[in-house]
Design a binder for this molecule. Structure first.
Ligand SMILES: Cc1cc2nc3c(=O)[nH]c(=O)nc-3n(C[C@H](O)[C@H](O)[C@H](O)COP(=O)(O)O)c2cc1C
Length: 332
């Protein structure tokens, strides 16, 4: 890609490689990039949308919002200001953003640090360390997450956390009871085979049948007919910090913005030495989101949740794989 004045453009392979490290539901990576005439398009790949767990494409947009955020960050880290038009063409809803990189004097140092943090991030599903996330860290996370029509809420009251736990448990149970949901998830769990997508066994905690985790807030259970490959310390009382990302209105644009906010939060958490993991059973489907909003009495629309806490002392699982850049970047 060359810039409009004919000079060499950004290193798009590096940009797409970094952006592809975004989290996505079941590591489906439902995105692709198209470069042409000084612009870089970020597109949704509907072939990779989950038909059961993501019937209305909500998780796809959250995932793509995260990838969009990292695309912009990676361009900034290379010294390009990414002028972005989000959802620029109503006739082409899968064109999520058109970026026109504009050369800056120098690379953005903060963006560089953030992109490095994004490259080392992973979804941490093990019990967190016992210390709560410090108040000043929560404040900084809220500050970075808040954006255009998007805000982050950290439930603190005991009754609110209890209501939230009930709502998440109900949604989790309804997924577990649905054979189609379990079958779809099983299809995205990867055993030893070298794969470029899906959730590897090594990133799934092993929870023995007689030793359930001591947490009110259930994690999505990827152990569908398989035992996870990640050993965890049994009997740990878990009190994760939950972050809820809400939007003032609801629609595709807001869901993309929520995905961007989630990515900013996860990168900031990584910079702060805090582990994070998306927790989306109660927001995947519209019916659950509607029920959650009513139950919690929130005026905003809940779009996404994160579980945050101190990194466990033991080393983390390897980074999960991604598809090669050649599969997701097209040049026209
Ligand atoms: C919209 C969305 C929903 C997700 N929901 C969950 C979830 O409920 N539970 C979970 O453990 N991970 C969840 N994840 C995390 C993905 O499984 C994870 O990003 C993916 O496997 C890639 O792994 P990584 O984040 O470690 O790179 C979700 C991610 C996204 C973007």
């Amino acid at each position: 890609m060359s810039s409009p004045d004919g000079s060499a453009g950004p290193d798009l392979e590096a940009v797409v490689e970094a952006a592809g490290r975004a989290p996505s539901i079941h590591n489906t990576q439902p995105w692709r990039w198209v470069a042409r005439d000084g612009v870089l398009d970020v597109r949704a790949d509907r072939n990779r949308q989950l038909h059961v767990a993501d019937r209305d494409g909500h998780s796809l947009l959250i995932s793509c919002g995260a990838a969009l955020e990292l695309t912009e960050l990676a361009l900034a880290a290379q010294g390009w200001a990414p002028e972005a038009a989000v959802l620029p063409d109503p006739a082409d809803p899968d064109l999520l953003a058109r970026l026109r990189p504009v050369r800056q004097d120098r690379p953005d140092e903060l963006a560089l640090r953030r992109i490095e943090a994004a490259l080392g991030r992973r979804s941490e599903r093990r019990p967190f360390g016992p210390e709560p996330v410090a108040g000043d860290v929560v404040e900084r996370l809220a500050e970075i997450g808040n954006g255009e029509g998007v805000y982050v809420h950290f439930p603190t009251r005991a009754d609110e956390n209890l209501d939230l736990a009930v709502a998440i448990s109900q949604a989790d149970r309804s997924g577990r009871d649905d054979p189609a949901y379990a079958a779809e998830m099983a299809a995205w769990v990867r055993a030893d085979d070298p794969a470029h997508d899906g959730v590897p066994m090594a990133s799934i905690p092993r929870v023995p049948a007689g030793e359930p985790r001591h947490t009110d807030i259930p994690l999505r259970d990827f152990e569908v007919g398989v035992a996870g490959g990640q050993l965890i310390t049994p009997g740990v009382d878990e009190h994760p910090q939950i972050a809820v990302i809400l939007t003032e209105t609801d629609g595709d644009l807001e869901q993309l913005r929520a995905g961007q906010a989630m990515m900013r939060l996860m990168v900031q958490a990584e910079l702060e030495g805090i582990a994070s993991c998306p927790l989306s059973q109660s927001v995947d489907l519209l019916a659950f989101r509607t029920r959650l909003r009513t139950l919690m009495g929130w005026t905003g629309y809940p779009q996404m949740m994160l579980r945050l806490g101190q990194r466990p002392a033991e080393p983390p699982a390897p980074l999960t794989p991604r598809r090669p850049v050649s599969e997701v970047l097209t040049r026209e």
